[in-house]
Design a protein around this ligand. Sequence first.
Ligand code: NAP
Length: 311
Amino acid sequence: MTLNILFASHTDRWSAYEPHLRRALDGYGLSYSLSTKAPPEDVDYIVYAPNSDVQDFTPYTKCKAVLNLWAGVESVVNNETLTQPLCRMVDHGLTQGMVDWVTGHVMRHHLNVDLWITAQDGDWRAGLVPPLSSDRIVTILGMGALGSACASALKSIGFQVRGWSRRPKVMDTIDCYVGQDGLDAALSGAHMVVLLLPDTPQTNNVLNASTLNKLAQGAVVINPGRGPLIDDDALIAALDRDHLHHATLDVFRTEPLPKDHPFWSHPKITVTPHIASETRPSTAAQVIADNIYRCATGQKLLHLVDRTAGY
Ligand code: NAP
């Protein structure tokens, strides 16, 4: 039987994904038709990006799964027309990209790289030796696919790493916390906090005036998760009164970040344009093909979104 697979993403992604998807699907020996247009009632699987034209899933009556190309699902998870199983993207290329980005930005602040880039004025500033990584506490909020990989990488460099998640976790040499009390404990005295939580009603403003206050004086906030995780005004207030040293932000409540947003001109904020990591077609195609093969052969789908938890 031929499987009808619809690629429903932004039109410019088709040329990037098509060869990789075909190669990966061929590797499973599946008989399939893969296209950007198909009669909805014939479609078996939708390879999906939330910014595609497909917003009403009602006509896709025999669709067995919607396979999201993005890790974050906040813009599709509450779509009431979506009754089919929804899988999110867990891709080792995406994970490696996030580990690279988070490690780079943690090391920037750990080594005070900005100082040395600007301190080329002939003044021999002896004695400004950075502390050891083992003297720094880095807390990761969100210990899923991305957060736990970043935690392991930072631990292997030498940092003291704490993690916070919704359900209890056991990870060798990483202190793991859950719940509101756990959040306070995870943030208490931390020198850096990295946000890798999904955007859900429960995670909205997880960093606010009260939780920011738990961090060590001079702490750094790094947010590659989602904009609504942080109360923007509380963040600016904490930077302005020098409780925080810096914030590196990759994600925002409104994207693109409006040109007149105060984050752009704030001297203690670095803005990056949602580039921390992205799904890589070569590795993601393998994940998609694997899930289609699993479903077509009666196995359980991987990376299923829990619609009640919202991620
Ligand atoms: P994931 O595997 O689903 O992990 C999410 C983590 O957050 C899990 O540890 C989960 O806890 C925890 N969590 C969820 N709700 C919580 C709550 N109410 N309290 C405490 N912990 C909670 O997701 P992921 O693949 O690691 O991705 C994380 C996020 O990164 C995505 O949702 C997306 O927003 C963002 N992202 C950004 C970029 C970028 O370029 N900036 C790229 C990719 C992804 P449990 O472990 O207990 O479930």
